[in-house]
Ligand binder design. Structure first.
Ligand SMILES: O=C(O)COP(=O)(O)O
Ligand SMILES: [Mg+2]
Length: 238
C-alpha cells in the first residue's frame, strides 16, 4: 500500500458550508496508518494537523502552512503521551515578507478578517492567511510587490512564498520516512494541493475540487468531500 498524503479542508470535511471533519475519516485514517505511513498535508497552521494526529492517535507526520512547517515522526514510540522520534520541526522560510504584506493591507484600510484573537494566524510561522470575504485584488498586488503569491484554498487566501508548497513539505516528510514523494498516494481538493499531486505517484481530487486540483490530479472521485476521500482510499487500495 502506498503511503498517504492527505489534505484536510474540503477533503476530510463535510460539504460546505460545514467545515467540520466527517468523523468517519478518523477510523479510516487509523486503519490506513496501520498499513502505511499517513502524512497530513494542509494549509492550516502547525497546531491544527498536530492536534488532528493527537486526537486520532496517529504518528505526528504533518505538512503545515502549505509546506512552510513540517514534522515527521519516524518512530512514534510506545508512549501514548508522546516521545516520538523525529528530526525536529522543519521551517521552510519565515513570516517576514507576509507580515509586511499584511501591514500594508491594513494600512490600505483592510483587515485580515478573522476577528480577535486571530487564531488563524496566531501560530502561523511562514505565511499569513486572509479571509475570503476580504478584497483579493489589493492583496494580490501587495503580495506581488513583496515577491509573494496569494493562493485560494476555498477556505482562505494564503499569502505565501511561491517557492514553498505542499510538495516541498512532502519531500522532507518522505525522506524522513525512507520514501520518495512518487511513492505516495495524495488526496486533496484545491489549488494548494496541485504541486503535491504533481510529485505524488497517484493522486485523487475529490469531486468538489477546484479547477487547479482537478487538472493536476490523476483521478477524480465521483463523491465530494469526505465521501470522496473514502472513495479514493477504496479505489486506490482495491
Ligand atoms: O488552510 C486552508 O485554507 C486550507 O487547508 P487545507 O490545505 O487543509 O485544505
Ligand atoms: Mg483543502
Amino acid at each position: 500500500m502506498r503511503p498517504l498524503a492527505v489534505d484536510i479542508d474540503g477533503t476530510l470535511t463535510r460539504p460546505k458550508p460545514d467545515r467540520g471533519i466527517d468523523p468517519r475519516v478518523f477510523d479510516a485514517l487509523r486503519a490506513y496508518a496501520d498499513e502505511a505511513p499517513v502524512v497530513v498535508a494542509t494549509g492550516k497552521a502547525f497546531p491544527f494537523p498536530v492536534g488532528l494526529c493527537e486526537f486520532i492517535d496517529l504518528p505526528k507526520r504533518v505538512v503545515a502552512e502549505n509546506g512552510g512547517v513540517v514534522l515527521c515522526e519516524t518512530d512514534p514510540g510506545d508512549d501514548p503521551y508522546g516521545g516520538g522520534e523525529s528530526d525536529g520541526v522543519v521551517h521552510n522560510g519565515d513570516r517576514t515578507a507576509a507580515d509586511a504584506v499584511a501591514a500594508a493591507y491594513r494600512e490600505a484600510g483592510y483587515d485580515l478578517g478573522w476577528g480577535t484573537p486571530d487564531l488563524v494566524n496566531y501560530w502561523r510561522e511562514t505565511e499569513v492567511a486572509v479571509a475570503r470575504d476580504r478584497p483579493l485584488d489589493p492583496l494580490e498586488s501587495l503580495a506581488a510587490e513583496h515577491g509573494l503569491e496569494v493562493v485560494d484554498t476555498g477556505y482562505a487566501y494564503h499569502v505565501k512564498d511561491p517557492a514553498v508548497d505542499k510538495d516541498t513539505g512532502l519531500e522532507s516528510a518522505a525522506a524522513a520516512l525512507g520514501y520518495e514523494p512518487s511513492d505516495f498516494l495524495a488526496v486533496g481538493d484545491s489549488e494548494n494541493d496541485a504541486e503535491m499531486f504533481a510529485v505524488a505517484g497517484e493522486s485523487y481530487a475529490v469531486a468538489n475540487a477546484d479547477e487547479h486540483a482537478l487538472a493536476a490530479a490523476d483521478h477524480v472521485t465521483d463523491a465530494g468531500y469526505a465521501d470522496g476521500f473514502l472513495e479514493a482510499l477504496d479505489r486506490a487500495t482495491a
